[in-house]
Design a binder for this molecule. Structure first.
Ligand code: WTA
Length: 658
């Protein structure tokens, strides 16, 4: 389906789902949230912040005197881990389950708040023994096992800064991140489980930390290794003096640990995300404002009743959703959650639904790509399981098309659960646009309205609000508590990327959007060179630079082509240095390059297709016209070619693609 067709269909989407009286009556969110927040957004957020435990209460809310550099609750002091752990135990909820963890092979473990607190205290003592202090950077490269959550909270407890690196990333990606953050410690595992197999992690870390060609070592002093798979070959590269087993070390530390207060603006984590250049950006988040907004949104958007709900976000902690809505939001709210290590289809395609049945999950938060995959497999799979515990469904990461939305509600939600489609970004830290269940009349395909206390607009290039049903650019016009505080080590890039298009007080999100007559917002995808594959961000520039790093390649252009399942897919057009004898030779070259990208960046970046071409479409000034390549990759009629230096080039490319 072409892009304009899609937008057209969205314009005609007229199904409406008002909240049921029953849901409304019991809902956490009340409509007066909007009126209170509108009247005084800062006072509203200050009130929400006071739901947290402050060792030193704040007296200032927002300082925006030096935009785009903001501080929130600046003179207050808190401990993020204490808010997620100790205070629940002290409130008498130590026996409540914090999470049920389910391993892919079928092993499982449950941690109450008291047990999780005890584990994090020990881990904090261990990290202290290894020299970690406030402000130090700790890289975490783990599968989705309990130690991932424990490690993050232990780092937070010490006022240190974690940078979690998704377990699918390559040695080079780890190295870049570790170097940029100047991390002194890496926490990893021997391996993890995925798609029914044990995969090694430790060898990738070994490779990442080995001295580079110039003999330059990284800043990492120690590597803590969790034993997950027990595969001996994974730890063949063990380095005495550098590498330590988590279980050995943790057995030797004290179990008591007192959480110290840290300033509200103490950095909490750096999370790397793809931008429009080849170098990933280290998005920096701090403590008080971040925790305030993730806790508030988690509670109100998911209608959380911590005493009775079982919440499951399927995200990995390697992504922002895992930070905000697996670790910090739910635990700050004292929720009971489910954490699942593996893939949805292992060992059978009903694994997710089996987990929901097993733990009586009541709130599910997932990505549209997964929903569309299940939709293709057919409703007979979920229908084999008892999903009657579900009462609310969430979506995140990419636009959810109305068909998938309705399927999700009908088949997974028994035709009655509200669905909240939540728009936000690594940079925003927490949800920014979403319906509130029990209040908002739902529209399939629309993320709907700003969260109370958040100011969003859809504008044209001159910052004028666009009219109803007109496409424009999504901007945030007021600072918000969980906003990124910068790009690690690069304040200039922070200003340039987000706050220069419209001036230093308007955050440019990089997304296109449209507001309908009712004021509901429909997201239309990225307007920059960032792709969204299965809800994960990739930059065209990063993949292009990986391709040209291969000796075979002369030039490369990458586009995100729409894909029925993954939203977008990576499609590359490559000019090679040598010519290829025949189609078979071209296929071989394409296979080599696909593998090369997967090896350099990670499997998630592997192009769906690599086309070996003789030329690329360029403007007279030599800029590659990706728009035309996107038309080709999506099988669409090629758009306006008048600005091409050589208009015959498109025909030549089309011919070589056959
Ligand atoms: C896209 C993920 C439409 C968007 C939390 C954004 C969405 C990017 C939605 C951020 C949604 C996220 N509807 N698009 N509900 N949620 N996006 O940083 O393009 O991994 O800019 O954060 O995902 O991706 P990120």
């Amino acid at each position: 389906m072409s892009e304009s067709n899609e937008i057209d269909n969205l314009l005609h989407e007229s199904r409406r789902f008002p909240p049921s009286d029953e849901f409304r009556a019991q809902a956490v969110a009340k409509a007066d949230l909007y009126t209170t927040a509108d009247a005084d957004p800062q006072a509203f957020w200050a009130e929400k912040a006071r739901d947290l435990h402050w060792h030193t209460p704040f007296t200032q809310t927002l300082d925006w005197s030096n935009p785009p550099f903001a501080t929130w609750f600046d003179d207050g002091e808190l401990n993020v881990a204490y808010n997620c752990l100790d205070r629940h135990v002290l409130a008498g909820n130590g026996d409540r389950v914090a999470f049920h963890w389910e391993g892919e092979p079928g092993d499982s473990k449950t941690f109450t708040y008291a047990e999780l607190t005890a584990e994090v205290k020990k881990a904090a003592n261990l990290l202290t023994a290894l020299g970690i202090r406030q402000g130090d950077r700790v890289a975490i490269y783990l599968p989705l096992i309990p130690e991932a959550v424990i490690a993050m909270l232990a780092v937070a407890r010490l006022g240190a800064i974690h940078t979690v690196i998704f377990g699918g990333f390559s040695a080079e990606s780890i190295r870049d991140r570790v170097n940029d953050a100047e991390a002194s410690l890496v926490i990893t595992a021997d391996g993890g489980y995925r798609k029914g197999r044990a995969f090694p992690l430790k060898p990738t870390v070994d490779k990442a930390l080995a001295p580079d060609e110039a003999g330059q070592a990284t800043t990492v002093k120690k590597v803590l290794v969790v034993k997950r798979t027990g595969d001996e070959t994974s730890v063949a590269g063990w380095q005495e003096g550098r590498d330590l087993w988590w279980h050995d070390e943790i057995a030797q530390v004290d179990s008591e640990h007192v959480a110290k207060p840290f300033p509200a603006e103490n950095p909490l984590f750096i999370l790397y995300t793809s931008g429009t250049t080849g170098k990933p950006k280290g998005i920096l988040h701090t403590s008080g404002g971040y925790l305030t907004q993730v806790a508030f949104t988690h509670k109100n958007v998911f209608d959380l009743k911590p005493e009775t709900d079982v919440y499951w976000s399927t995200a990995d902690v390697g992504w922002i959703t895992g930070h905000s809505y697996v670790v910090y939001g739910p635990l700050a709210n004292g929720a009971t959650e489910v954490i699942y290590e593996g893939t949805p289809d292992t060992p059978h395609p009903g694994r997710w639904w089996e987990i929901i049945q097993k733990y009586k999950v009541s709130i599910l938060y997932a990505a549209p790509t997964a929903i569309r995959t299940f939709m293709k497999l057919g409703r007979q799979i979920p229908q084999q399981f008892d999903l009657s515990s579900l009462r609310l469904l969430g979506s995140v990461g990419e636009p959810i098309n109305p068909e998938a939305w309705v399927w999700y509600r009908d088949v997974i939600g028994a035709g009655k659960t509200p669905i909240v489609d939540t728009w936000w970004q690594t940079e925003t830290g927490a949800m920014m646009i979403s319906a509130l269940p029990g209040i908002t009349t739902l529209k399939p395909g629309s993320a709907q309205i700003p969260i109370p206390g958040i100011a969003i607009d859809v504008v044209d290039e001159r910052l004028h609000s666009t009219g109803p049903d007109q496409g424009g650019l999504l901007v945030v016009t007021q600072p918000w508590p969980s906003m990124l505080r910068g790009i690690w080590g690069d304040p200039e890039r922070y200003v340039d990327t987000y706050w220069s298009k419209f001036g230093p007080t308007t955050y440019f999100a990089g997304d296109g959007a449209r507001r309908d007559k009712d004021g509901d917002i429909w997201l239309l995808g990225r307007v920059d060179d960032v792709m969204n594959v299965s809800g994960h961000r990739l930059s065209t520039a990063e993949i292009e630079s990986s391709l040209v790093s291969h000796p075979m390649v002369a030039e490369a252009a990458v586009v995100g082509a729409s894909d029925e399942t993954t939203g977008q897919a990576v499609v590359a057009f490559v000019i090679t240095k040598a010519s290829h004898a025949d189609d078979a030779a071209k296929d071989d070259a394409a296979a080599v390059l696909r593998a090369h990208v997967a090896q350099q960046i990670g499997a998630i970046a592997r192009p769906r297709q690599v086309f070996i071409v003789n030329e690329l479409p360029k403007t007279r000034s030599g800029k590659i016209m990706r728009r035309l390549l996107k038309d080709l990759a999506e099988g669409r009629e090629i758009g306006d070619t008048t600005t091409l230096a050589d208009t015959s080039v498109m025909t030549a490319i089309t011919d070589t693609m056959r």
